[in-house]
Design a protein around this ligand. Structure first.
Ligand SMILES: NC(=O)c1ccc[n+]([C@@H]2O[C@H](COP(=O)([O-])OP(=O)(O)OC[C@H]3O[C@@H](n4cnc5c(N)ncnc54)[C@H](O)[C@@H]3O)[C@@H](O)[C@H]2O)c1
Length: 416
């Protein structure tokens, strides 16, 4: 009998998975992209960033596309965290060119760039026209996503996150139409990630997996999947989330300390893909909602912020997620035999703390430079991410979010 059954919670039979049409995983598989692209058209745009634009890996990819007879344009100016003016600059440069396929080559910023460019080349307008859920009116030009971090999981998600300077915050475009046509996950592309990037992006993966596995369970009405992109915890995402947590548990600390460990790199690439799949279908929650204003205020990486916040969020939610946390404990290698339900759940929280400490993530909002005067505003702005707040396993009002933010500032790790 599973922990969930022991504690009287019936696993939901509802499930939803919206996925790329093709997912390819493995060393050297980046060279599968040329054939995939050739099936989709003759003219390819590659969106990447200034660092990766001059890398041997990009040169090898572009050569393979050209050898396949494809016309290739490289846009190498994607900015980290994807400010919207940079997206419009790309669209302007493309004026008059016919593009059939868009490849996102890089971390989440470049893959999200490819998705938004695909939307704008297909439907026109600007990013702000498509914020929120289901605002993209129809299919878009096909995107092939090649992650170089492990990672955001954007290669498999229905989401693109941009920074909108006019609104002073990050905004999401969330639509099944922007799921990449193909996700090609070659772990060799992550070998050059330095330790801080490995830690930040690995923490992001952990939060995707844990928040999706502990998300709210919704009533499975027939209209659920047409009303929400993020449908809540469900039977199809749960098994992928647990497997992702297991892979990450055995490999994130290893790859942080030993970047040349190719087996651990492969585990993390797979964990990140699973994280993307589950976040895109079940959805993340409070840690992501609170990171958006924290990131805008402190200019710290997304993964660092969500990773830092996760211990405080799972503690706040503890009473509602004791049973899944016990499953997290087991997936992270803890022996929970003989523990009562509360102790088994606490073992999950402690295992999460241990992984984040092993990759030397900052432990409090103070460590990111947040001031005590900022806390109320962070809480208020977090409430704007309604789809994420709604996805939290316990209902959150402003007072509850303020309490999480204050705990994360003071480093208060009591479990309710
Ligand atoms: N669409 C989604 O579903 C989703 C999910 C989570 C996060 N995000 C978004 O993704 C973005 C963050 O993406 P990210 O964390 O992957 O980082 P990133 O794409 O912003 O890249 C950060 C830095 O890492 C460098 N880098 C990337 N790969 C490298 C490699 N192999 N070796 C050396 N350096 C490398 C980049 O050049 C860049 O300087 C944020 O905007 C976040 O909001 C999107």
């Amino acid at each position: 009998m599973s922990c969930a059954q022991e504690s009287g919670i019936r696993p939901s039979a509802f499930g939803v998975l919206r996925l790329p049409r093709t997912i390819v995983v493995g060393a050297q598989q980046r060279f599968a992209v040329a054939d995939i692209a050739a099936e989709l058209g003759r003219s390819v745009l590659v969106c990447t960033d200034p660092r990766l634009a001059v890398s041997d890996e990009l040169e090898g990819l572009v050569d393979s596309l050209r050898r396949r007879g494809l016309a290739v344009t490289v846009y190498g100016e994607t900015q980290a965290e994807l400010p919207t003016p940079g997206i419009m600059a790309c669209i302007e440069q493309l004026q008059g060119r016919e593009i059939d396929v868009i490849i996102g080559f890089g971390g989440g910023s470049c893959m999200d760039m490819a998705k938004v460019v695909a939307v704008l080349l297909t439907h026109g307008g600007e990013p702000g026209d498509y914020y929120g859920e289901f605002a993209v009116p129809g299919p878009v030009k096909p995107v092939i996503a090649l992650p170089t971090t492990a990672g955001t999981g954007s290669e498999a998600t229905a989401i693109a996150v941009v920074s909108d300077p006019a609104l002073g915050m990050k905004m999401g475009i969330s639509s099944p139409h922007i799921i990449p046509h193909a996700a090609v996950c070659d772990p060799e592309l992550t070998y050059t990630c330095p330790a801080p990037l490995t830690a930040a992006t690995g923490a992001d993966t952990l939060v995707h997996l844990v928040e999706s596995f502990t998300a709210v369970t919704r009533e499975a009405t027939p209209s659920l999947v047409s009303e929400r992109v993020l449908a809540g915890k469900n039977v199809l995402t749960d098994s992928l989330a647990l497997e992702g947590i297991r892979l990450l548990g055995r490999s994130l600390a290893t790859v942080y300390k030993d970047p040349g460990n190719t087996e651990a790199r492969a585990d993390m690439m797979l964990a990140a893909l699973y994280g993307g799949i589950v976040l895109s279908n079940a959805g993340t929650a409070a840690a992501h909602a609170i990171q958006y204003p924290v990131g805008a205020l402190t200019h710290t990486p997304h993964g660092v912020g969500v990773g830092l916040l996760l211990p405080y969020v799972v503690r706040h939610n503890f009473s509602a997620i004791e049973a899944p946390l016990a499953q997290v404990a087991e997936a992270l290698g803890r022996d929970i035999k003989g523990l009562d339900a509360r102790q088994a759940g606490i073992a999950g929280v402690e295992a999460i703390d241990e992984i984040l400490a092993a990759i030397e993530l900052p432990a409090t909002l103070q460590d990111l430079g947040v001031q005590e005067d900022d806390l109320d505003q962070i809480a208020q702005l977090s409430m704007n991410s309604k789809r994420l707040i709604d996805n939290n396993p316990v209902p959150l009002d402003l007072a509850a979010v303020t309490s999480i933010v204050r705990s994360a500032y003071h480093g208060d790790r009591d479990i309710a």
